[in-house]
Design a protein. Structure first.
Length: 368
């Protein structure tokens, strides 16, 4: 691909944490993309980010960057509470937009952004990057091709650690209303992958709980109140009829990690490890049929690995790079691809139903 045909990306959040860690290595190393401009909240940090990344165009105002005719797509990789305004501005300027997940701090924001994207007839992508993971793509293939036969049940567990303490620059996530918490992020990513592989959640009962109501700030030595949930448990049924149970939690110490199990009439599949962002190399697919003595590892085929080796070695850049390959292709060929903003709305609504199930103690049906 020639330099002229690369997708020119305007990067909002160039001095943040996730963007430089995951998006920058992908955008710089993929033949499909380039970082054309950067934007941060202040002129000095924008210029510093531009110099660090070797980019000529630096902006401290997102609307000014959106007005740059050279920018084809905006990347919004900032804290969740700012997603709505920055994404709305880019859409109104006619830009294609890749926004990190969750799309908004709540479902209303996500719905408005999805409607605006449809109105502007632009391409969108939301950062549910398990959708582009080679391992999860292969697991979905195996299920669709009948490796387990009729899916009877699905079990998900994802146990993390470190719920008691944080530095003060991350305790803003304690406020449930701001939209960045274990329910929306850890659980949201995990359930999106489960639904991609095994089918949509159709009905659910749930417990959404804040087991640790205070976090200790290690730098300020203060304790702060927490309303964000840290444990989410559900039982329900998928659209295809399979039963599902899922438990995602963040605990004080020694979380046991990630495991997704799919049981069918003809066999069993399991994804072990790699539940967090940037852990593609840790994901292992195991499978077995009736006469197998034990589950065997099923290697992921190379045809599902779309990014160069140097991007695969970039940890967090792997899944994100896979997303950018498909996003750039969708823009160049003018074809819809998921996960777009409509996909994000579906996930936001699913999370709302899970919260309602917990608050009311009543089983909830989810519109498909």
């Amino acid at each position: 691909m020639t330099q002229a045909s690369r997708l020119r990306v305007g990067f909002i959040g160039a001095n943040g944490r996730w963007g430089p860690q995951a998006h920058v290595p992908a955008l710089q190393r993929l033949p499909e993309t380039e970082i054309y401009a950067v934007c941060t909240a202040h002129a000095d940090t924008a210029q510093a980010a531009a110099e660090k990344l070797g980019v000529e165009r630096a902006y401290s105002n997102d609307k000014a960057m959106d007005a740059d005719a050279g920018v084809e797509a905006a990347l919004v990789a900032v804290r969740v509470p700012a997603h709505y305004v920055l994404t709305k501005n880019a859409l109104e300027a006619g830009k294609h937009v890749y926004c990190e997940w969750p799309l908004g701090a709540n479902t209303r924001e996500a719905e408005e952004l999805a409607a605006l994207a449809r109105k502007m007839k632009v391409h969108t992508m939301v950062g549910l990057q398990r959708r582009a993971s080679p391992a999860f793509l292969y697991l979905r293939e195996l299920v669709k091709e009948g490796y387990v036969g009729q899916v009877l049940s699905v079990t998900l567990t994802h146990m993390g650690s470190g719920v008691l303490t944080r530095t003060s620059n991350r305790t803003w996530q304690r406020d449930f209303r701001l939209g960045a918490n274990t329910l929306t992020i850890t659980f949201g990513h995990a359930m999106d992958a489960l639904c991609m592989v095994a089918g949509e959640l159709a009905e659910v009962s749930a417990v959404v709980s804040t087991q640790v109501p205070q976090w200790f700030e290690t730098d300020t030595k203060k304790s702060v109140d927490v309303t964000s949930p840290d444990n989410i448990m559900l039982v329900g049924r998928l659209a295809g009829g399979a039963v599902v149970n899922a438990y995602v939690g963040v605990h004080p110490y020694h979380g046991s990690g990630y495991r997704l199990e799919i049981y069918g009439k003809d066999g069993t599949l399991a994804m072990i490890g790699g539940g967090n962002a940037g852990e593609e190399v840790k994901r292992k697919i195991m499978g077995g049929h009736k006469d197998d003595k034990a589950l065997q590892e099923l290697p992921v085929p190379d045809r599902l690995k779309w990014v160069p080796e140097e991007v695969r070695n970039g940890a967090a850049a792997y899944d994100v790079g896979q997303m950018w390959v498909k996003f750039a292709e969708a823009i160049r060929t003018n074809t819809r691809i998921e996960p777009d903003f409509d996909s994000a709305v579906r996930r936001h609504r699913m999370l709302d139903a899970i919260v309602r199930a917990s608050e009311t103690g009543q089983r909830q049906k989810i519109a498909l």
